[in-house]
Structure formats: C-alpha cells, structure tokens
Design a protein around this ligand. Structure first.
Ligand SMILES: [Zn+2]
Length: 264
C-alpha cells in the first residue's frame, strides 16, 4: 500500500501537465521542497486549481511514491490577497519563489528556507519595497544555502579597494587578479547591507534606479554561474586559478544542478 503523509507548505511554482493536471513544487514543513502532482486541478469543478497556486500556504495529504508525490486532499491555509492585487509585488514574490524552486535540493527539510520565504511574502504584502525586497531575499537565500557571493571585501585578501565582480565568487580586487566589472563601494556595501539587515527593513537603503539595476545585474550574473552557465573564471582572473568556495558550496551547487537536470 502507498504511504500517506500530511504536511503544510508554500506553493513555489506550478506547471500544467497532461490535459488537466498540474505539477506543483511545494516548500513543505516535513520534507522541504517536494514535487506534487495535483490530478484534474484544471477541471472547472476542482477546487485545487485555485488552492495550489504560487504564494499560497496549503495543508495537504499525499501519497509517497516514486517520482512526484500524488495529492490525496488539500486545503488552503493562507493566501496573500495584497500580493495578488499588486502586479509589482506579485512579480517580486514569484521571482523569489522561482529561485527557491530552482536552487533548493529536493526532499530535504529546510526550516530556515521556509521561514525566510514566509517572512518575504508577509513583508512584501505588508509594504516592503518589491525591488529591494527581492534583492535582499535573493542574497539571504543564497547565503543560507552557502552559495552567496563574497561581500566582505576581496574574497582572497580582504582588501576593500579596487574591487571587481567575479560571478563565481563575488568581490575580487585588482591586486588579486580581478579583471571583471568594477564594483563601486556604495554598491557592494549596499549589497552587504541587504544581506545583513532584517528583510523587512530593506526599503531603508537609498539606491538610485541605476544602482538597483546594477545590483540586480551582478546578482543575475552570479546566479547564471550557479546554473552552470559558461564559466566566467577566466574572465575574473588574469590566469585560471583554483576557486575558493564557501564551505559546502561545491556540494550544494552540484546537487542543485543535478536535481535540475533530473527535472528536465
Ligand atoms: Zn585581493
């Protein structure tokens, strides 16, 4: 007999499968990120189409089996109408959740990630600046996974002068072979503040539109590297060097990438 379990969680992303089914990735209390197949979710008479939507908090019973788990029954615990009604906030929320869906390993409880996501959604709904809030959330989430960029001066020597961006690591000074894009002090200090300040206070940071865009772009480059894009190492350094990762970083990166390739 198939085993049944009950848990609660936040719907991260969904996609339609078969003719009327939906596959949801859920960040659950008991098992961390899990794929859940919701049969007939897209039929008119099914309540599950509206319940299993990204950002919603759900409670559900499911069959444990090979491949995606199968929903038996579920209910809605909380939704964020203030997010749903505001396009910019909703977009920030969905982008943050998509990052969690992409990088978090499957089927391994991650209470700190769940807590961070809960705070993110709550603060966004409560009026957090969506642009800065999303950047802060992304930095905090990467750091929680042990995959965040190094923001305490140069990754090799700690210097706070002449810093450039190396998407594999973070900040790298000219003296240590940094050849990437220059990162002005207010930008990397701003990123460090976004990482360190409580998420709800990210809006206090004073960055111009252009500065926010730069932070966003630097983070995107960094994430591109995590996704296993073209290795930027030779662009960061004068010569290829052994890359120093934060502890656990290599294993986690490999894991996240492997899972992604499994999911197709
Ligand atoms: Zn250095």
């Amino acid at each position: 007999m198939a085993k049944l379990r009950r848990t609660r969680g936040i719907v991260l992303v969904t996609r339609d499968v078969q003719e009327t089914d939906r596959l949801a990735l859920i960040l659950s209390e008991k098992e961390g990120k899990i794929p859940l197949l919701v049969k007939r979710a897209r039929r008119m008479e099914s309540p599950y189409g509206a319940i299993f939507e990204p950002t919603n908090t759900v409670e559900f019973i499911y069959y444990v089996r090979e491949g995606p788990y199968l929903l038996k029954e579920g209910s809605l615990l909380r939704l964020f109408p203030g997010l749903r009604g505001d396009r910019e906030r909703l977009r920030a929320a969905l982008e943050g959740l998509a990052m969690v869906a992409e990088l978090l390993p499957e089927r391994s409880p991650e209470p700190r990630a769940l807590r961070l996501v809960q705070v993110f959604l709550r603060e966004l709904e409560g009026g957090l600046d969506p642009g800065l809030g999303l950047l802060a959330f992304q930095l905090k989430f990467l750091s929680l996974l042990g995959q965040g960029p190094h923001l305490e001066g140069c990754v090799r020597c700690g210097s706070q002068e002449g810093l450039t961006w190396c998407p594999a690591e973070g900040l790298l000074c000219h003296g240590c072979g940094g050849r990437g894009e220059e990162v002005p002090p207010n930008i990397w200090r701003g990123m460090r503040m976004l990482l360190q300040l409580p998420l709800g206070t990210a809006g206090v940071l004073r960055l111009t539109r252009a500065e926010k865009d730069l932070v966003k772009r630097l983070l995107e480059e960094f994430r591109g590297h995590l996704r296993g894009g073209p290795s930027p190492q030779d662009d960061c350094h004068g010569a290829p060097q052994t890359i120093r990762y934060v502890p656990g970083g290599v294993a986690e990166r490999t894991k996240a990438r492997d899972l992604k390739s499994l999911e197709g």
